[in-house]
Design a protein around this ligand. Structure first.
Ligand SMILES: [Ca+2]
Ligand SMILES: [Ca+2]
Ligand SMILES: [Ca+2]
Ligand SMILES: [Ca+2]
Length: 333
């Protein structure tokens, strides 16, 4: 082979190599996939996903594309190890399909066209994965069937069908003779508890709006001539009984009002704050400490502004805020 031919071949080969490696989506063999989720590290960097975590947004869908693996493959074991390390306290499963041929398909965000960095695209507190795979609801719409009940309340509060536009209106006619299901912290798979999450979901619930429209404060005067109030929700005091229904987590307002209005301070203050908010009042839940049997003990209550005055709401009773904390030794956090 003469020199000219060699150079020509070299140029052609170099050009081909250049064209191949400059293509989008080409990753050289030395570019590793540390978390074995089907995306090499450099692609993960482009997407913003984590190279040592097959499920960057913790929603149970792997970052990349659907991945079919042998049940006993090292790769699957590695993914499981990473997930177990991430959730040492709980059993956490990636969304998967068991196939008859002794293989398992992990479901990938990019195949579902969801964002690998976003758990809950529409912000209804149901993860994209649950909406698409389990409920078959629209993961980009809070109220998939447009019946006035958002998907979360429709499924987890009232056990209605989030894809049936007829059942919401029927159900609305039964208020207040309804019984809410108790929320579990795992409902919707958007993890954990926060006051704000419980408030936001409650404020979307037509049952809460229905109660708020039938709520009022009845005013009176105490012995010293100060205005005090009682908070009535649909004709009854907002708090009727102190105690715990024993569900191990906070009773959400819809449960509280549809089950005897019984609760501890966190239950009743959350219930009060939600109804007062739905009534359009400026209000907030306060956590703090109060004297009880010679010691300071944790407590939760509500502050609300009515006609320019600030009040404390404690289990359905309202007191003028001015001087209240000093006089009673309450310490808000
Ligand atoms: Ca990877
Ligand atoms: Ca994910
Ligand atoms: Ca959602
Ligand atoms: Ca609905």
């Amino acid at each position: 082979m003469n020199k000219k031919v060699k150079i020509t071949i070299l140029i052609i080969v170099s050009t081909i190599i250049y064209i191949v490696i400059s293509q989008e989506g080409f990753y050289p063999f030395w570019d590793l996939d540390h978390d074995k989720d089907g995306l090499v590290n450099s692609r993960e960097k482009e997407l913003g996903t984590l190279i040592n975590d097959p499920d960057s947004d913790d929603d149970g869908l792997i970052d990349g594309y659907n991945l079919t693996l042998n049940m006993n493959s090292k790769r699957l074991e590695h993914i499981r190890t990473l997930i177990d390390r991430k959730y040492p306290e709980q059993e956490f499963e990636l969304f998967s399909i068991d196939n008859p041929d002794n293989s398992i398909t992990l479901i990938g965000e990019l195949d579902l066209d969801t964002d690998p960095l976003e758990i809950d695209a529409d912000g209804d507190y149901i993860s994209d994965a649950i909406e698409i795979i389990v409920l078959k609801t629209n993961y980009q719409k809070i109220d998939s069937d447009g019946d006035g009940f958002d998907d979360f309340n429709e499924v987890y509060t009232w056990s209605l069908d989030p894809n049936n536009p007829e059942d919401g209106a029927q159900f609305f006619l039964q208020f207040p003779n309804v019984e809410a299901r108790h929320w579990s912290l795992n409902d919707g798979n958007v993890h954990g508890y926060s006051d704000w999450k419980y408030e936001e979901i409650s404020l979307r619930d037509p049952y809460i709006s229905w109660l708020a429209e039938r709520s009022e404060i009845k005013w009176d005067l105490d012995n010293e001539g100060n205005r005090i109030g009682k908070f009535y929700v649909n004709g009854e005091l907002s708090a009727l009984e102190y105690g715990d229904e024993g569900h191990g987590s906070i009773d959400q307002p819809s449960f509280y009002f549809s089950h005897r209005r019984m609760g501890v301070c966190v239950d009743s203050s959350l219930a009060n704050v939600v109804i007062l908010k739905a009534m359009g009042l400026q209000t907030r839940q306060i956590h703090g400490r109060i004297p009880f049997e010679g010691e300071l003990t944790g407590h939760a209550w509500v502050e609300v502004t009515i006609e320019g005055h600030e009040y404390i709401v404690n289990f359905g009773a309202l007191f003028l805020k001015e001087g209240f904390y000093e006089k009673n030794g309450w310490i808000p956090n």
